[in-house]
Design a protein around this ligand. Sequence first.
Ligand SMILES: *[C@@H]1O[C@H](CO)[C@@H](O)[C@H](O)[C@H]1NC(C)=O
Ligand SMILES: *[C@@H]1O[C@H](CO)[C@@H](O)[C@H](O)[C@H]1NC(C)=O
Length: 383
Amino acid sequence: MLRKRTAAPDDNVGNSKVDKNKAPGTDEGAGGENNKGIWSTVTFVGKILLVIIFVPPFLNYASLQREGLMLQPKGGVSVDIGLGQKIHLMCKGKGQPVVMLDAPTGMSSDVWFHIQEDISHVTKVCTYDRVGLGFSKRAIQNETTGMEKVWGLSTTGRMVDDLHRLIKSAEIATPLILVGSELGTLNGRFYSHIHDSEVSDLVLIDPIPEDLFEEDQWQQYWYRNLVPSLQVMQFSAATGLNRMFIILGLMEPVMKGEGVSLDLVQRQKYFLSNPAHQSSAVDEHFFLNESASQVKEISKYKPLSSRTSVSVITGDSFDEELPAHLNQMVATLQKKCLEELYPSAKHIHVHGVDRKMIYKSPSAISKHLMKMIAQRQSRKQSQ
Ligand SMILES: *[C@@H]1O[C@H](CO)[C@@H](O)[C@H](O)[C@H]1NC(C)=O
Ligand SMILES: *[C@@H]1O[C@H](CO)[C@@H](O)[C@H](O)[C@H]1NC(C)=O
């Protein structure tokens, strides 16, 4: 058998040879031809599958390497904040008070693009990428010094510690106006409660109520729907599928259209295809309950200084991606939490927008921030 096989002319299609040996004399020509045909189809399909499985991740990886260098935003700097960690910081404009913007859960600083542009006309305004997101690569684990034992990775405590070291390392003037959205509001609150002399005004855009994760319905939605869908995104980024979807026009960046530069569009596509960015986005969502509970503890033990003003900006429309009863739950808890903790906070309801307002209706937010900046500036002059 073995000898025969090796001697066979069509050695590379062993199966059909075996068949021929089993049934000598029967209809040999047709059957053999047929099998050979099927087999070569199978090999062909196999090769195609191999190409589909291995080529996209490889091409994606090669493209990411190149894009990571090419797409660095102009004017951005990489700041060494110690412990081996570097943070991507971008400041525009001149003057004081400085405005610091902290992005929503799982988003890079690009989401502030329009608001930063607007505000840079009146004062210095900075954005940064939290560790793991955007252009702030996660430090190699052995270079960090046990901070993650105190505050888990991708939780508010850790992010605030990073932000504090960033502000010190980059010598950003304080007190500043700290503006956060979603997870950024948890960071902003934590920061203001701890480092109260550094924050003159705290602005919360769509704050996350810290009791939200104590609701079963919310937990179920978060951990059974949202987080798994983000994990799928991470997987499809890693396998290069996201890049293919983008090329085929099946996946699009959220910021597009008028006033959005080609660079900004390319950067968003880069982040969509980048498994490292997507993985950090998953982590921030996954540990959001932990972050909320950290903020709850801090607010209990160290109330906010009366010198820090608090403003809350929310839209009057609900997020369409979220079931109505969950939208209602968020709104109710938000109100309760703010009334208890910051009874003198100023509330601003922006008409006709939902939580996408920071990139869908940026001017509505810029307008309020500019008013606040003008007030601070005139108060400073009159002193
Ligand atoms: C730890 O970090 C240092 C650089 O500070 C590096 O030389 C070393 O290889 C790292 N060790 C491991 C196990 O990654
Ligand atoms: C957050 O959720 C995870 C997963 O459901 C759970 O293991 C963890 O105990 C929760 N943490 C807090 C502070 O509730």
